[in-house]
Design a protein around this ligand. Sequence first.
Ligand code: SF4
Length: 509
Amino acid sequence: MDHATTTAAPLSLEGPPPTIPARKRYRPPKAKFLADQSRQLDPISGCPDLQVPHDHAARFVLELVEQLDLKVLVKKYSALGRHGFHPKHVLGVLILGSVQGLHYASKLAKATKTDAAYRLVSGGRAISDSTIKKFRAENLAFFQDAVQQTVAMAVERGLIDPTTLAIDSARIQADASVKSMRTLERSKKRLEELTKEDVAALDEEAHAEHAAKVEKHETAVARCEAEGRTSHSVTDPHAGLLKFPSGAALPGHRVTVTSAGSDLRFVVNVLINATPNDFGMLEVTARGAHEALIKAGMLVREGAPRMQTAADPGYLSETDLTFAFENRDWLDVLIHEPEVQRRKGVDGAALFGRDAFTIAEDGTATCPAGLKMKGPYKNGDNRLWHGDGCVKCGLRERCTTSKKRALTQNPRLDKVRGHMHSRMAEPGAKARYNQRIATVEPVFSYIEDAMGFRRVSSRHTECLKAEILLKILAYNLMRLKAAKPVSACLISVVVTDDTAHIIDVCLPS
Ligand code: SF4
């Protein structure tokens, strides 16, 4: 087959430059949404705007959602194809549901058909449960940002004082059964028991059952060790076995909150994990709160006050106290250590405490009888001493219930603990610490009792986190509504015959 040979004309640099037609500036198409019908009169259901009273929570929710920056959500919608529900309507339904204790998407979907308040918030549209679920599951990043936006709003209105923070955590039940939980301790124990069994004596069926059990516990141990956890659930990867206030050990999620002010109780930072206790959580929580306040424009100017936070004795671990000690230039932590109940002797009287012993700098320890103790011996991070001559000692009944008294000390823990004791002994520290309960506990009581949110409805990590953050967002929005900051002050002077009365009238914003 012949191919015609073509030669390109040489490019000439002489002559006028070719004219390039001006291109139209590209404008991304604007997302389109279903029109708001909440003010239309429906012949059967009526007009939601006329039906809902003016002081109903639905109207607050609408007003508050309008104040949030929803650009990130709007961007996700297309100008092509079917018009969707405006994100402010779906978010409004979720927030109103959170405030009123409707947490399941199916119930919210029903309410948008039958309840005038939900119809008002949804723009007069019936939103399906799958749309609500999808919105909640896909927007974890938005919920995180929205909580931050509420912090910025509170800072802008002068509602947050960084010296009035408090930290605490609560447990929210996971959407998992107790049967789905595996604990490292129990699986190790079961593996030991199973290896002792005489497998050769088992019939075929029992042998298969034994092998399945071994595999189950080996997998549990491997997973717990790989993830550095003490327990995990086979159905919910995020859940852990937590001890609830009722005393029951259930699958759950730990929600650690930093809130500000005993009057406003505004949530500044949230941490969601599944640790069995609060030990070691101070650093990540305090840094998160500090970052949130800086992002909101607080603590950045020169001479700004040090962030101050109060925490309960659950944060009295060596890690937490060391963090508080090493970061005292920007963070003032207050933790009150309750008096430890001393062990009792045979006569019911309390035994000698640590303060009855003397530990010298050279490492020698002297007991209450004035005798030098044996040691120190190394015991992990601790130093250990034993009483010498306890058997014949006249003080033995007041000192120990065993043959000889043991004394342990962790020098690093003692140093940071001593620093916390001195901080708590400073004037005003105890009074400030006593505001801790009023600052953080009502956050949990509002979410668990007023909102009725005690259990998440999803097993997917992103989705359950979004669900918890949604409750915090709803809580913060309600607190913003409840707060009435002074925005202006009119000062008027009334002059009577011989006196002048100054009357100042403060207007809430
Ligand atoms: S019981 Fe032992 S440690 Fe205690 S005071 Fe007597 S000698 Fe010392």
